[in-house]
Write a protein that binds this ligand. Structure first.
Ligand SMILES: [Zn+2]
Length: 176
């Protein structure tokens, strides 16, 4: 069995708490996002260097811890590029990204958990630093996804931070 492609539109997390992981994207001030990203990355690093079989899929259609770790690392990298676009251009259209095709092409399942554990916090630090540099006047700059969803820097930040928190829940079963 393979992973079901995730084509769901998750922008509803901007309007109500997530019933799965329990995280509420409206429960914090946007400038807190950089420290939330760094704290989340530390939890991933601890988990990816901790005990347990990090390559085991709990069920054949669910990613293993290392596969989720690769995904979160790449989300941080991709969203840092998108954030750079929003801050440097007027209402840019983000290049499309197929997360499931990337997982196959980059062989997530075969990646070394120790290497991912080091790379994920680096990617997190990069985007956290860029968010930390957002000025008061920049939070309402806009960008668009290829599916038509439109974000401000603020909604982009709230949307982004749910992803690694939700996937940590996917792996640990501990709600936000
Ligand atoms: Zn969630």
């Amino acid at each position: 069995m393979t992973i079901e492609p995730d084509t769901k539109d998750w922008t509803w997390v901007l309007r109500r708490p997530c019933p799965e992981c329990g995280f509420d994207t409206q429960s914090f001030a946007a400038p807190a996002v950089p420290e939330m990203i760094v704290a989340n990355a530390a939890a991933w690093r601890d988990m990816l260097t901790g005990p347990g079989d990090l390559r085991r899929r709990p069920t054949p259609d669910k990613w293993s811890a290392v596969e989720y770790g690769c995904h979160v690392r790449d989300v941080f990298r991709l969203y840092d590029q998108r954030l750079e676009l929003i801050l440097s251009r007027d209402d840019p259209l983000f290049p499309n990204w197929d997360q499931d095709a990337t997982a196959v092409a980059e062989r997530y399942a075969e990646q070394d958990p120790a290497v991912v554990a080091a790379a994920l916090p680096e990617a997190a630090q990069a985007i956290a630093s860029r968010f930390a540099g957002v000025t008061a006047g920049q939070w309402q700059r806009t960008g668009r996804r290829s599916d038509g969803a439109s974000f401000t820097v603020e909604t982009f930040a709230r949307y982004l931070i749910h992803d690694p928190i939700h996937h940590l829940y996917d792996v640990t079963g501990q709600r936000a």
